[in-house]
Ligand binder design. Structure first.
Ligand code: DC
Length: 231
């Protein structure tokens, strides 16, 4: 489905609902750019961990805030993997940012207004050109409030934990199902209750509960919504 007219598509929702998988497939199908905003928050988290600004029972927010101007986050397409990969200050951090350790700290980093301001600015610059599929938590509400299509994805915490656990095991990360479920529940709570840009379903977002949907059924459903918007 290729059309002259280009729209922006905002995909928000709970952790591990498969937002990035569907957003990537959608972007490929439409010939649009895919932006994984969670990867940006993860890259900032990696920086804070490596600098030892954050760790178990400590967090020096001020140090991170004063370094923000020096942080450069970008995406580069890797023709070998056919995927866009995340770069932090020129270094490919794609693999590192997907670890459980990053997942444990990322919600605390994403709560900081200065971090959000920096990343939202970058995201809005990318969205200006249209033809963008962006996934995150505040895309339909803050980053692209004028996106033509907004989707809010969810699924039960247990189903999400099962999928995520399988994925982590396949990547060779030895974690227990219970730890994954716990992390998902905690992140839902922090993401939805934080002061700055909490996760919520904006009234004009289409609700997509994929607890009982196969990936191809889901993509088909979204493509129908896109088609309606392109008419
Ligand atoms: O989508 P993800 O799991 O990779 O996102 C990692 C974290 O980043 C998530 O716990 C919430 C935060 N996040 C956010 O606050 N705003 C976004 N637009 C994207 C992610």
């Amino acid at each position: 489905m290729r059309s002259q007219k280009k729209i922006n598509i905002a995909i928000d929702g709970h952790s591990s609902t498969g937002k990035s998988t569907v957003a990537k497939a959608l972007a490929k199908k439409l010939g649009y750019i895919y932006i994984d905003t969670g990867a940006m928050y993860r890259a900032v988290t990696l920086y804070a961990l490596e600098k030892k600004y954050i760790g178990k029972n400590f967090f020096d927010k001020q140090k991170l805030i004063s370094d923000l101007d020096q942080l450069e986050i970008s995406f580069e397409y890797n023709p070998e993997t056919q995927k866009s990969e995340t770069f932090l200050n020129g270094q490919n951090v794609e693999k590192k940012i997907r670890s459980m350790e990053i997942s444990q700290y990322v919600s605390q980093i994403a709560e900081i207004p200065e971090v959000r301001r920096k990343l939202v600015k970058l995201q809005q610059e990318i969205a200006r050109k249209k033809g963008v599929v962006m996934d995150g938590r505040d895309i339909g509400s803050v980053v692209m409030p004028d996106a033509e299509l907004k989707i809010f994805m969810t699924a039960s915490p247990e189903i999400r934990a099962r999928r995520r656990h399988k994925e982590l095991l396949e990547k060779g990360q030895a974690v227990s199902y219970d730890d994954v479920l716990q992390n998902i529940i905690e992140r839902d709570q922090i993401d939805s209750s934080r002061k700055d840009s909490p996760l919520f379903r904006v009234p004009d977002a289409k609700l997509l509960d994929n607890s009982n949907l196969q990936p191809d059924e889901q993509l088909h459903l979204i493509l129908n919504w896109v088609e309606e918007k392109l008419k």
